[in-house]
Structure formats: structure tokens, C-alpha cells
Design a protein around this ligand. Structure first.
Ligand code: GTP
Ligand code: MG
Length: 442
């Protein structure tokens, strides 16, 4: 969603890098360009101005340490200020009480019900006992929607009985939560097209009964500048503790993500990146800043790779410990883990410089590495167990046999061997704890 912003930022960064000496003039021009980029991304203008002013104060007249290019120093400050704008550090919900009570509120269609299910799914997976509470009486379909989602994600549910008020439903849920020792209770409230007295009254009444540890505004990132007013008004009316931004997978320009923390002072906990229950990601201000600057969200990628590697089935047996030396079996397991991470393209997009490459180039790169992965897997599967354990025994005739057996060519087998040898070196270093273990060559 930050494509346009990233492109404008990168053009400024390129200029900054190019200067041998930075004058006040250069910096001012760069800051002006950055300000325009922020406004175009739909950042509220007061917030954009404050941001640029802070950056200006930090950059102008600053001594640049020896060995650091002046432009680089400015880029570093920009990264730091962006991280700060987005909330500085990752913040989890407040985990207190049993059950921990979390109230979701927001405008109509913001994604409250979907997000309630996403959160429930996440916590059920962590073996928590989760209760979903339907506090939306205006739309009977809303209760049905939550019922279906609760079933899908394996959470329990409290729904209104005929004639009950929202407050009454909540009272029942609070009792049930305490009596049956739930770990978490998520209260899904009803939304409106705008914040009015009735909605605020209802939310305040609910808050009195539920006494939530977390009061979280669910905010549609696509509403741009309006998000700042919405967040401020909800904060004033009910007192928020945090935010969840939804629809970051859409074509919004990013203004909401960049403005709402500054507008409210409360953290963005998570972001919604799709309609499915699994489309919820933790929000890391520093990673998001790096991503916006086009430095690539390398950390998120590393995490994904590691998670996939952990959950991937082990080969040959579930309890086999990783061997001391990289074998083809181990490599096969890592290749499968890499394929499990989902489309290679979405991983490539997180790499530094991806924004500059363009969609076409990314698609081609993704296609070719997916073909490679498939080929390499076939080749390894055509090896004998002894060859997989000790690939050094692969002479020309074995390679010909393997190529024929896997429907590939000797060139392909040679290419796999070449990459295997490089990977083996990394692997040895990783095992001695020097670098993270990554199937980065594949
Ligand atoms: N693409 C995308 N769609 C989302 C996301 N979160 C929610 N949606 C969609 O947004 C629409 C509204 O979501 P709901 O969860 O029903 O919104 P709500 O806030 O509960 O709405 P009300 O109950 O009417 O106030 C649905 O079609 C969801 O699938 C997201 O992160 N990405
Ligand atoms: Mg709803």
C-alpha cells in the first residue's frame, strides 16, 4: 500500500546519497519533497508538518561522524523519525485479568467482527480458552456472522437472547468468562456510519459492565485522512488503549497508518491484511518504517522463513535432529519449508529494492525461483539415501542417472550441487551460531 510513498521517498534518498557535501539548501529541498510525499500519501497536514519540523531540527547543523556520508546520516534520521511516528516499538495488548477482556469498537464496516475472529483464531492456536461476545443488536446478521466465524476458529460464543439489551448480554458474558475460567473474552460491538451520541452512550455503558483491559479501535486504513478525526473522537468519547488497522492489503495510500498513532498517542497493535481469519499481522513500527523507505522488510521475511522452517515436516522422520553437516535430506526439508511460505513473489516483494523492480520483474523472478525449487526437489528425490547423506560421491555417471530419473538435465543437477556447496558452508557457520539459518540461496 505504500508503493507511491516509497517511490517518492526513494527519489529523495537517491538525491541525498548523491551529495558529497550536504548544504542547508540541499536538506531543505529534500525536506520539502518529503513533505509533499507525505501529503500525497494522505497524511494529515499538521502531522506531516510536525514530522518535517522535527526532522529539520535534527538534520540541520548536525555533525556527521567520520566515515558516514552526509546523505546517509539524513536517511538514518528519517528512518528513526518514521519509526517514532509509527509508534516506536511493537506493543502487545495489556495482558491482565482472567479472562483478559478486550472490547473492539469502530465505524460500520471497519472490520470489527472479522478482526474478532482473527484474534480468536490466533489465541485458540496458542491454546487459550477464548470467548467471543456478540454485542451488536442492530444487525441480526451480525450475530450470525460471528456465530459462523466462531465455529470456524474454534472459539466459544455468547449471543443475545430475544429481548436482551447489549448491556445484559455483556453481563452474562462477564459472569460466564469468570465462572468458566476463560483466558480471553472478545467483545464485538456494533458500528455506525458516524460517531453519534447513541453509539457513544452504548459503548460507555458496555465499558462500565465489561471493565475491559483493552479498548481497541478497529480502523479501516482506506479511509485516509478521515481516520485521524475518527480515531480522535473515539479516543475522547470512550478512551482507547490501542488500535488495529484493517485493509492494509488494499490500495489505501498509507496516510492512516502514518497518522493515527500521532493523533491518539495509543499504539497500533496489529494490522489486517486480508479477509481470511489468518490475515492478521503484528505491527512493528521499525519494520514498517524500513518498508516505507524501500529498505525492505527483511526482518519480517526472516521471521516467516524461520516459522515455516519450524513447522515444516522433518525429513526423513519427525524426530531426526539436524545433522552436523548439511545433507541433501536437510536441504530438501528446507526447500519444502521455503515453498510452504507461500508465493515466492510475496517474499521477494519484501526484499530491499523491490519497489524499484516493478511487478513484471518480480513476477518473472518468482516464477523462475518456483521452477527451480520444483526441479531441485525432483533431483533430490531421485538420489539414493547414500547420495543424499553424502552428495560428494556424485560423479558424472551418477549425475546423468539422477538427471534422467528426475526429468531434468545434468546442468540442473550441477547447479543444485553448486548451490548445495555454498549452502553447506553457510550451514556450518549457522550451526556454530554465527548467522541465522536461511535457505537464502534458493
Ligand atoms: N481486504 C480486507 N478486507 C477486510 C479486512 N478486514 C475486514 N475486511 C472486510 O471488510 C468487510 C466488513 O468487515 P466486518 O468485520 O463485517 O466489519 P464490522 O466492523 O464488523 O462491520 P459492522 O458490524 O457492520 O459495524 C468484510 O467484507 C470483511 O471481509 C482486511 O484486513 N482486509
Ligand atoms: Mg460487525
Amino acid at each position: 500500500m505504500f508503493d507511491t510513498l516509497t517511490r517518492s521517498f526513494q527519489s529523495v534518498l537517491r538525491k541525498l546519497r548523491g551529495y558529497g557535501i550536504l548544504t542547508e539548501e540541499n536538506i531543505r529541498a529534500a525536506l520539502d519533497e518529503l513533505r509533499v510525499a507525505l501529503l500525497e500519501a494522505d497524511v494529515q497536514y499538521e502531522i506531516a508538518d510536525q514530522f518535517i519540523e522535527r526532522l529539520r531540527q535534527r538534520c540541520i547543523g548536525e555533525e556527521v561522524p567520520r566515515g558516514v556520508a552526509p546523505g546517509q546520516q539524513v536517511i538514518r534520521r528519517l528512518y528513526e523519525e518514521l519509526t517514532r511516528l509509527l509508534g516506536q516499538a511493537r506493543r502487545d495488548f495489556k495482558w491482565a485479568g482472567r479472562p483478559m477482556a478486550l472490547m473492539l469498537l469502530g465505524l460500520h464496516g471497519a472490520g470489527k467482527t472479522t478482526t474478532a475472529a482473527k484474534l480468536a483464531r490466533r489465541w485458540v492456536a496458542e491454546k487459550k480458552k477464548v470467548l467471543l461476545v456478540a454485542c451488536d443488536l442492530r444487525r441480526p446478521a451480525a450475530v450470525e456472522q460471528l456465530r459462523i466465524l466462531a465455529g470456524q476458529v474454534g472459539a466459544d460464543l455468547v449471543v443475545p437472547e430475544p429481548g436482551e439489551t447489549v448491556v445484559r448480554v455483556a453481563e452474562r458474558a462477564v459472569k460466564k468468562g469468570a465462572r468458566e475460567l476463560y483466558d480471553v473474552a472478545i467483545y464485538d460491538t456494533g458500528g455506525r456510519f458516524e460517531i453519534d451520541e447513541e453509539l457513544v452512550g452504548e459503548l460507555r455503558d458496555l465499558k462500565k459492565v465489561v471493565r475491559p483491559h483493552n479498548v481497541v479501535l478497529v480502523l479501516d486504513a482506506a479511509i485516509g485522512q478521515t481516520s485521524v478525526q475518527v480515531a480522535r473522537r473515539f479516543h475522547e468519547a470512550v478512551g482507547l488503549t490501542g488500535l488495529i488497522l484493517t485493509k492494509l492489503d488494499g490500495d489505501a495510500r498509507g496516510g492512516a497508518a502514518l497518522s493515527v498513532h500521532a493523533a491518539t498517542g495509543v499504539p497500533i497493535h496489529l494490522v489486517g491484511v486480508g479477509e481470511r481469519p489468518e490475515d492478521l499481522e503484528p505491527f512493528h513500527p521499525d519494520r514498517m518504517a524500513a518498508r516505507i523507505l524501500g529498505m525492505g522488510d527483511v526482518l519480517t521475511m526472516v521471521e516467516k522463513v524461520q516459522q515455516a522452517a519450524q513447522t515444516a515436516e522433518r525429513f526423513p522422520g519427525p524426530s531426526a535432529p539436524p545433522p552436523a553437516k548439511l545433507t541433501m535430506d536437510e536441504l530438501l526439508q528446507q526447500l519444502r519449508a521455503a515453498r510452504k511460505m507461500g508465493p515466492v513473489q510475496s517474499l521477494l516483494e519484501m526484499l530491499p529494492g523491490a519497489a524499484r523492480l516493478g511487478q513484471d520483474a518480480l513476477r518473472k523472478a518468482a516464477e523462475s525461483s518456483e521452477t527451480d525449487l520444483r526441479k531441485f526437489e525432483a533431483i533430490i528425490l531421485s538420489m539414493t539415501p547414500a547420495e543424499r547423506r553424502n552428495p560428494d560421491i556424485l560423479d558424472a555417471s551418477r549425475r546423468r542417472r539422477i538427471a534422467a530419473g528426475s526429468g531434468t538435465s545434468v546442468t540442473d543437477v550441477n547447479e543444485l550441487m553448486r548451490r548445495y556447496k555454498v549452502a553447506r558452508k553457510f550451514y556450518a557457520q549457522a550451526r556454530s551460531g554465527k548467522i541465522p539459518r536461511l535457505p537464502g540461496l534458493f
